[in-house]
Design a binder for this molecule. Structure first.
Ligand SMILES: CC(C)(COP(=O)(O)OP(=O)(O)OC[C@H]1O[C@@H](n2cnc3c(N)ncnc32)[C@H](O)[C@@H]1OP(=O)(O)O)[C@@H](O)C(=O)NCCC(=O)NCCS
Length: 206
């Protein structure tokens, strides 16, 4: 099995909206993702893709596969996220892990990747909103040094729930080093390929 962290493409949108629908109420539309991936100049959408080697086929199946040149591997998006970069601000717009893949550190890889991307874009801070009831996500953000800085009353329209505003300052050199060390440690632990945090974006993002 291998993992790759990379920019989201239009081809990823069907899998991403499947995870989104299993994770959020209300979910984003396919059109919203298409806009973020192909039009927005502020968006740095990311996916974590898992490749699993499939056992070699035997007999006729093997012959057909070899003739067609088909690879014996299955690719699947296990988690994704969205980052908007505008001037000093990096804003985490979304993050989710497929329900069947939660608790394996994938959300953490995506979050650490977006934070490192914010650093390499020279943002001064990262901000996000999270439901006050969403303790799993809050724990993830706290683990990565985000702090609650504000409460936005009745922020979520579907049930009138409040949001916490959570922030991570990137200007302190000690924090920068801590972020880099944590990222390096996650990379060593999960051995993922990184084609996101310090590579040029596929379009003209700022
Ligand atoms: C929040 C979410 C992205 C976490 O993804 P994940 O891949 O399961 O998380 P990880 O396995 O990387 O866990 C990293 C940390 O998050 C926290 N965490 C994750 N799941 C948790 C849970 N069920 N309960 C408490 N803390 C949890 C822990 O601090 C954990 O670190 P630990 O393993 O050292 O305890 C995932 O639960 C999800 O997709 N939720 C639905 C969408 C959502 O709420 N997104 C956030 C919107 S603001």
């Amino acid at each position: 099995m291998s993992l790759i962290l990379r920019y989201m493409t239009m081809g990823d949108v069907p899998q991403v909206i499947t995870i989104d629908r299993l994770s959020f109420d209300p979910p984003w539309s396919a059109r919203s993702y298409a806009y973020e991936v192909s039009e927005s100049t502020y968006s740095h959408m990311v996916v974590l893709e898992q490749t699993v080697e499939v056992a070699p086929a035997t007999g006729l199946r093997r012959l057909v596969k070899n003739l067609s040149g088909a690879q014996q591997a299955e690719r699947q998006i296990v988690a994704y996220g969205g980052l908007w970069h505008i001037a000093d601000e990096a804003h985490i717009s979304t993050i989710a892990t497929h329900p069947a893949e939660r608790g394996r550190g994938y959300g953490e890889i995506v979050l650490a990747g977006m934070v490192r991307r914010a650093l390499t874009l020279n943002a001064a801070y990262v901000v996000l909103e999270v439901r006050v009831s969403n303790t799993a996500a809050q724990n993830l953000y706290r683990k990565h040094d985000f702090q609650i800085t504000d409460v936005k009353p009745r922020y979520y329209h579907n049930n009138g729930e409040d949001a916490y505003d959570m922030r991570l300052m990137l200007t302190d050199p000690v924090m920068k080093q801590r972020i880099e060390e944590r990222y390096a440690s996650l990379r060593a632990q999960h051995r993922f390929i990184d084609q996101y945090t310090d590579v040029p974006p596929p379009r003209g993002q700022t």
